[in-house]
Design a binder for this molecule. Structure first.
Ligand SMILES: [Zn+2]
Length: 677
């Protein structure tokens, strides 16, 4: 039901939970406080425990959560605000605006639990009949078109994206996809835990097929067939670390050449069915995947392909179906994959569904209530301070020559800042929302988004558009647009808090700003130029110096173990770790500049501004995580876990060492101390 963030490259500050979602049992709102600390811990031994130990002890993970931290608490607060907006909008009042009618009726339809339960599988009957009617492989492509239009991205992904080497233009992009497990590696890893997860996955597919009416005698073989198809697709898919290298996902070719890789798909028919404008060239992100796809289509029986399509339809729509589907979906994706024991309350799932499908209508109401006009200017002022610091930082680097420095500054000056919400709100007047049709509303809203995406192919890129909705607690840098984006949802306490001193705010939101800005210069971002084109602007020697310093991060973070003996993947998390380290450094520079005229600033709560800065940064990352979720994230999340985001960064900083009088040999004083920016 949900559109993935269909962008090859987007560097964020955090990754939303997969499978299930947040819920709230917040004792107090998320905010910076010395009460969150554990003063008995030694800051030079484990700063994370020192800054967050009190919070961690007081905030166990709620039953319906896989991870619970400051991010989740704030997201939960935002969701409560959205609930208020949606409950008001769902009252059937003729005076509602068109936007209120859409979000209100969408939400009310999703909330109608008894109505949904009474319908059972019925909302999917027309879809299942379409699949049943397929007689031959030639007819598969028509169904591919239809399923892609309603957001069921079977076999592969297809979307519009800025051309890596002509970034002001959108081109069509076909990419690997079509899997039901969280990552391609889940299909192959030989360890006992991974084998078990695969067995449980096949059992889950089987159960879902049975719930949709398949006889038990047939469902076991069918679930095996699904697993067989997905494993074959996964074989050709590129791994996550390789996908971070833009040169490995850029292969512009003609439709004719794509037909050469995958003649089994009638590509012109597929594109025409989706209503794309005419085009001749496109990006085939992973050519090997499309060779394998051809084999899958050639070697698989029609009956098995139909089962695969049926499974993905059920999987995609399960969150809006009757209780048995909902529960079985949660059992695998919530309980088994993330260790969450309880499904979150319906209103939270429905707020999320509305945000997913009509997020810029809902977001418009959120901004009216929660982001006063003055906030934008204050945030912008702070972003500009951080940008000035990066300019100074670049000039001060002893490892980079003047030639590359000059190019880096050109890129820095070209960065644009987007704060809070889009200048122009998305027009949803083309989406029909009917009270009582939870699945239908979702399909129509998704089709609207898919068609909107298709219409961009061959057109100039609209850099004013956002890929996160305004209430989202996250932020991102887009290397293809060279812009940083801060949704209103994150510009709230404890990230940004008018009641707190500047040191805390620099540590929290200042570090987030620095993080996003640094993404323009991490291992991935640095490969794009000021205009967002994939083009090298580094001298060979400077690039080698960069790689050498990046390797220090790879080695450092690879040694961290967020759960049991599971190590972080230093290469997968390199961009985020680079951004964390650079971001805190830049924000600290900005704090020091703000203190220039205050030689002896007063302590607050017994802490100097420098100490409060590091505490402010750290408390943004206070969290508790279930071991199952930690294990999954270590494989799939490009971000390190909270503890390592704090201890990893601060252990590299001489400024931290000085602020807390730590000495060489203590755990929070890393040797070597890694630094790029
Ligand atoms: Zn990031």
């Amino acid at each position: 039901m949900r559109l993935m963030l269909l962008f090859l490259i987007l560097a964020t500050i955090g990754l939303a939970q997969q499978g299930t979602a947040q819920s709230g049992h917040t004792k107090s709102g998320p905010e910076f406080s010395t009460a969150n600390m554990n003063m008995t811990a030694n800051p030079c031994v484990d700063f994370y425990q020192y800054a967050c130990g009190g919070w961690m002890a007081e905030n166990p993970i709620p039953a319906d959560q896989s991870r619970w931290g400051t991010f989740e608490q704030l997201a939960d607060q935002n969701r409560t605000i959205l609930r208020g907006i949606l409950e008001k909008a769902s009252v059937d009042d003729p005076k509602r605006t068109p936007v209120e009618q859409k979000i209100g009726d969408f939400y009310a339809s999703c909330m109608d639990e008894s109505g949904i339960d009474k319908l059972g599988i019925q909302p999917l009957d027309p879809e299942l009949k379409r699949i049943d009617a397929i007689q031959s492989k030639d007819q598969i492509v028509d169904e591919l078109v239809h399923l892609h239009l309603i957001g069921v991205a079977v076999l592969f992904n297809f979307y519009a994206s800025p051309d890596f080497k002509n970034s002001t233009q959108n081109i069509a992009d076909v990419d690997q996809g079509g899997l039901g497990l969280p990552d391609r590696d889940y299909y192959f890893k030989p360890d006992a835990k991974s084998v078990q997860l695969r067995e449980q996955y096949v059992a889950h597919v089987r159960k879902m097929l049975e719930l949709a009416g398949e006889p038990a005698a047939k469902s076991a073989a069918d679930a095996d067939a699904v697993m067989h198809i997905e494993t074959a697709l996964a074989m050709g898919a590129l791994d996550r670390v390789s996908r971070r290298d833009p040169n490995k996902t850029y292969h512009k070719m003609s439709i004719k050449e794509l037909e050469g890789l995958s003649p089994s798909v009638d590509w012109p028919k597929f594109f025409a069915g989706l209503g794309t404008p005419t085009f001749s060239d496109l990006n085939v992100s992973v050519p090997d995947f499309f060779k394998d796809l051809n084999q899958v289509l050639a070697n698989t029986r029609v009956a098995d392909l139909k089962t695969y399509l049926r499974w993905h339809l059920l999987h995609s729509e399960a969150p809006l179906l009757a209780k048995p589907f909902l529960d079985e979906n949660f059992h695998y994706y919530g309980q088994i994959l993330t260790g969450t024991t309880q499904l979150e309350p319906r209103w939270k799932r429905c707020v999320r569904a509305t945000d997913d499908d009509l997020g810029f209508a809902l977001g418009q109401k959120y901004v009216e209530q929660n982001f006063p006009p003055g906030a934008k200017a204050r945030v912008l002022g702070m972003v500009q301070e951080i940008e000035t610091m990066l300019g100074q930082d670049i000039q001060s680097l002893d490892w980079m020559t003047a030639t590359t420095k000059q190019q880096a500054v050109v890129k820095l000056h070209a960065v644009t800042n987007k704060i809070g919400y889009p200048d122009k709100w998305r027009d949803y007047s083309g989406v029909k929302i009917v009270r009582g049709e939870a699945v239908g509303n979702d399909e129509r809203a998704t089709e609207f988004e898919v068609r909107r995406g298709m219409s961009k192919i061959g057109k100039p890129v609209d850099r004013g558009e956002w890929t996160m909705t305004p209430p989202t607690v996250n932020a991102y840098y887009s290397p293809l647009q060279n812009n940083i984006n801060f949704p209103a949802g994150i510009l709230q306490p404890p990230f940004f808090d008018n009641r707190k001193d500047a040191a805390v705010n620099y540590g929290a939101i200042g570090s987030v700003m620095g993080h996003e800005l640094t993404h323009g210069f991490d291992d991935q971002g640095r490969q794009f130029d000021a205009e967002g084109n994939l083009q090298n602007w580094w001298t060979t020697d400077d690039a080698a110096e960069f790689e050498k310093r990046a390797q220090c991060f790879i080695d450092e973070y690879s040694a961290f173990t967020p759960v049991d003996d599971v190590h972080l993947n230093g290469k997968l998390t390199l961009g985020e770790n680079t951004a964390d380290n650079g971001g805190v450094h830049l924000a600290f520079m900005a704090l020091m500049k703000s203190l220039e005229n205050t030689p002896q600033p007063a302590k607050i709560d017994g802490f100097t501004p420098q100490q409060r800065f590091f505490l402010g940064y750290s408390q943004v990352w206070c969290q508790n995580v279930r071991p199952e979720a930690s294990r999954m994230r270590a494989q799939t999340d490009p971000h390190s876990d909270g503890r390592d985001r704090v201890n990893g960064v601060l252990g590299n900083m001489p400024e931290f060492r000085e602020a807390f009088a730590c000495h060489a040999g203590q755990p929070m004083v890393h040797a070597p101390a890694c630094r790029v920016w």
